[in-house]
Design a protein around this ligand. Structure first.
Ligand code: ATP
Ligand code: MG
Length: 369
């Protein structure tokens, strides 16, 4: 990936512009972590980049959350390319009112959030670090480039980014940052739930999700972020499990996620796990609910594995057998019988054996249906 990235910036440089890898890729590279995308900062403008590369997606300047950055697909890697810029006066604690292209790398680096995100790599793979980000990287410290009060009030999303980097990298926030976050926390209300959720998802799926959540509590952000019930979380290994415990109506989820969250809460609120619940809601939902209730994954899995049946298809007879014993054509009565069989078998009242089941059906349904 690094070789392709260096090749990419060489192409821009050959056209007479300056270009550097910056941000997450360099930070992660220095820490030996693999990155998914690559951010490039360059003196070339979006228009000029369009003349250099074929597959360029031009994002509109001042589109929400996007200030003229360009996405270039080069050798199957997505490059997020921005032009050296400074950001002028901020609006709504998130977006600059306008940007101005500049010719100097350091000016561009100074508008970024944290020192560890302002380290660059040039076309020869040499590290360029005028703001001493590498020093903070070694100290495992997240430090704002500008005064933290200004940095967070300019763009309150940086509050969540700080917690995200602390959780994903296992870094500490400087005391100064912590104080500033507490001071400016209300500004998080001005950030869209959609944007906040992107950062929260990254925190919740990080290896240090528990630390990230503890940090949210320590900095007293739960309320302002509408994250109720953080104390219900006992399992930090599953994103849906975490959101289920939070159970907030402010954040958006897909239909499938909503259904899962609802099911986890139903099971969580039941007094005990019985075989019918294990069967009806399945292993995944029961594991999420169970661990958050204090059960172990092993306990839940062992109980699930011991279920007499795990699906309708495990029942030792099929629809044909039922129709034959009742001398009936298939019809809606089959559903009723299947539901009954599931319950009886799971309750342990009926053995899952063909003979026993056929006898049971004959006895119970011969006259009724
Ligand atoms: P990731 O690993 O998630 O890609 P990243 O640090 O690369 O982390 P990006 O969102 O890709 O984060 O942004 C790229 C770079 O742009 C950052 O490293 C940082 O220098 C700068 N940046 C991004 N968002 C902000 C922001 N809200 N305020 C200031 N600088 C930002
Ligand atoms: Mg990035």
């Amino acid at each position: 990936m690094k070789d392709i990235a260096l090749e990419f910036i060489k192409i821009i440089e050959e056209e007479g512009y300056k270009a550097y890898i910056v941000g997450g890729f360099v930070r992660d590279y220095l820490m030996g972590i693999e990155s998914k995308d690559i951010d490039i900062t360059t003196s070339a403008t979006p228009k000029e980049l369009k003349n250099i590369f074929q597959d360029v997606k031009f994002e509109k300047l001042n589109d929400k959350d996007n200030y003229g950055s360009v996405r270039v697909d080069y050798k199957n890697i997505i490059f997020e390319v921005t032009t050296f810029r400074e950001e002028l006066c901020y609006l709504d604690n998130r977006h600059p009112s306008s940007i101005r292209y500049v010719t100097d790398l350091t000016t561009d680096l100074k508008r970024r959030d944290f020192t560890i995100n302002a380290i660059c790599m040039d076309k020869d793979g040499k590290i360029i670090d005028p703001l001493n980000g590498e020093e903070d990287l070694k100290k495992k410290l997240i430090k704002t480039i500008n005064k933290s009060d200004k940095s967070f009030s300019d763009d309150a999303l940086r509050i969540l980014r700080a917690i995200r980097f602390s959780a994903t990298l296992g870094f500490n926030l400087s005391n100064d940052i912590k104080e500033s976050i507490k001071k400016h926390k209300e500004l998080l209300k001005n950030i869209s739930y959609e944007r906040k959720k992107i950062e929260l998802d990254k925190i919740f799926t990080s290896i240090k999700a528990k630390d990230g959540i503890e940090l949210i509590k320590e900095l007293d952000l739960a309320n302002v972020l509408d994250l109720e019930n953080l104390d219900r979380i006992k399992d930090y290994t599953d994103l849906i499990g975490i959101w289920s415990m939070i159970d907030s109506s402010c954040y958006k989820f897909t239909k499938h996620e909503k259904e899962l969250i609802k099911k986890v809460n139903i099971v969580y609120n039941l007094n005990n796990l019985d075989d019918l619940v294990l069967y009806k809601y399945g292993l995944y939902v029961n594991t999420l609910a169970g661990i958050n209730k204090g059960l172990t994954k092993r306990e839940i899995t062992e109980r699930y594995d011991k279920l007499a049946i795990k699906a309708k298809s495990d029942i030792a007879i099929d629809a044909k057998d039922i129709c034959k014993v009742l001398r009936k054509e298939p019809d809606s009565f089959l559903n009723e019988i299947y539901n009954d069989l599931e319950t009886e078998i799971l309750k342990g009242e009926l053995l899952n054996k063909k003979e026993d089941i056929l006898n049971y059906i004959e006895r119970k349904y011969q006259k009724v249906i």
